[in-house]
Ligand binder design. Structure first.
Ligand code: SAH
Ligand code: SF4
Ligand code: F3S
Length: 460
């Protein structure tokens, strides 16, 4: 893989700097990753950049001379999680005076120097937009006694990166956008990831071609709101999918996450016309089934708008599998508004969903709303929502029994020798009898048993 040396930012002086000189052999780096797939991809990028600066990835913090916590702040006590992890490294710091500890990711961006003030074991802090500068930041941390804080957005610069996944396997992730401009009133992401930026379509195309050459068969396009993608020549998300489907030899394309407001008829047509490549799975987070709550969340669609989009999707892609995210106990949510969420779940019949208790986040509007919902009420709503979904999804998935599904085989079944697993186009993990030589191939499996998360069948 061709790897661009360090960052693209014009003010970067990284190319002229050397890696830390001490103990090259023992320059182990350990990265602890929280949060979304973006953060996992960012950690891969950090490892690759640090390898070019003479660090060696290690499997445990005990082996490391450099520990980085790639943090997430989307929900529940994120800052506390960082402090408690750093606290666990106190003994290692005592034993190894060369050990440096850094915090990156969304908590780094959100808290900046507050982190080093509160927890002096932290040597440096950087934000998600500063990853290309990491070798330089680390260099500075080694050469100075002070704390290094580098959490700056490049909101006005084009988004140029190259994929740096180290061991992509059969299926991997490719960033297409960064940041978000939607400002849902509950969400910290626009403050931790900055403004929406889209990568040039040609860059994405060439990344995917290179991944294909490395044996990748499936890519998942990544962004906080992928269907707001806008390439440099006006390429929209649906057009990007067509380009990737037509111009690359990738077998399958998935994407996450899409926003209902940007889910267009054109995109549905692409699902229908490129069904061979664009998978029958759509994650379309609704958050609430009540229009008044949606309005206060600034989701800019109503319950009715969302249901119309679902109808449109089913019209073009009848075999689609849908999933969603929900927040229960958004400030001011009444019992009857919550019941609208339950009724939406009954109507849409999601095959899987993720539900969260609302948690107030810094900088967000909803954190300042007066009528926060009590913890026990949120817990009760979450339990009821999950119970309803469990019953419904078991029923729903029975439709696969007897069907023949196409499975992209990705590994051996860790539980059952002689069995393999892969994913169907609908994103269901499918188990069947087979051998390792099938890895990377799409095989047909007749389904005998179906559970909400997994299918079991025989190869036909
Ligand atoms: N960009 C994606 C969401 C990213 S965050 C989208 O718009 O769909 C992933 C999920 O975390 C959200 O869909 C939401 O359900 C949940 N979430 C975000 N902020 C939250 C908060 N403050 N409290 C509880 N859940 C939250
Ligand atoms: Fe957050 Fe809304 Fe943007 Fe998703 S679309 S990242 S929930 S602000
Ligand atoms: Fe978390 Fe930041 Fe991702 S808040 S979910 S790591 S964008």
């Amino acid at each position: 893989m061709e790897i661009k040396p360090l960052g693209d930012h014009s003010n970067s002086s990284l190319e002229t700097q050397k890696a830390p000189s001490q103990n090259t052999q023992t320059n182990g780096v350990f990265i602890s990753t929280y949060g979304c797939q973006m953060n996992s991809n960012d950690s891969e990028r950090m490892y690759s950049l640090l390898e070019m600066a003479n660090f060696t990835p290690v499997n445990t913090p005990e082996q490391a001379n450099l520990i980085i916590i790639n943090s997430c702040s989307v929900r529940e006590k994120p800052v506390h999680k960082v402090y408690s992890e750093v606290g666990r490294y106190k003994k290692l710091k005592k034993k190894n005076p060369n050990l440096k500890i850094g915090v990156g990711g969304c908590v780094g961006q959100q808290e900046k120097s507050a982190l080093t003030k509160e927890q002096p074991l932290i040597d440096f802090v950087f934000g998600p937009d500063n990853i290309d500068e990491l070798p330089n930041i680390v260099q500075n941390a080694y050469s100075s006694d002070g704390k290094i804080i580098h959490a700056k957005f490049y909101n006005n610069e084009p988004y140029h990166i190259e994929n740096m996944v180290r061991n992509p396997g059969v299926s991997t992730f490719v960033n297409i956008t960064k940041g978000c401009d939607n400002f849902c009133t509950f969400c910290v992401v626009p403050f931790t990831r900055g403004r929406l930026r889209s990568r040039p379509a040609q860059d994405i195309l060439s990344d995917i071609e290179k991944l294909v050459d490395r044996g990748v068969k499936e890519v998942t396009l990544l962004g906080q709101n992928v269907n707001s993608y806008m390439g440099e020549c006006g390429t929209n998300f649906a057009q990007l999918l067509v380009l990737l489907a037509e111009k690359t030899n990738i077998l399958r394309i998935r994407y996450t996450t899409s926003h209902p407001k940007d889910f267009t008829e054109e995109l549905c047509q692409v699902h229908r016309d490129y069904k061979e490549k664009v998978c029958d799975y759509i994650h379309l987070p609704v958050q609430s089934g009540n229009s008044e709550v949606l309005h206060r969340m600034n989701r800019v669609y109503t319950r009715e708008d969302y249901l119309k989009k679902i109808e449109m999707i089913y019209k073009y892609v009848p075999s689609v599998s849908l999933s969603s995210d929900f927040i229960v106990g958004f400030p001011g949510e009444t019992e009857s508004q919550f019941l609208d969420t339950l009724s939406l779940i009954e109507k849409v019949k999601y095959e899987s969903l993720y539900a969260f208790k609302y948690s107030p986040r810094p900088f967000t509007k909803a954190a300042r709303f007066g009528d926060q919902v009590a913890e026990d009420v949120m817990q009760d709503r979450l339990d009821r929502l999950l119970q309803l979904h469990r019953a419904g999804s078991f029923q729903e998935c029975q439709k696969y029994v007897g069907d023949i599904v196409e499975v992209l085989v990705d590994k051996e079944d860790s539980q059952k020798p002689g069995y393999m697993t892969g994913r169907s186009s609908q994103n269901k993990i499918t188990h069947f009898e087979g051998s390792r030589d099938l890895i990377g191939q799409i095989v047909k499996v007749k389904i005998e048993q179906s559970h909400p998360q997994t299918l079991h069948g025989i190869r036909v």
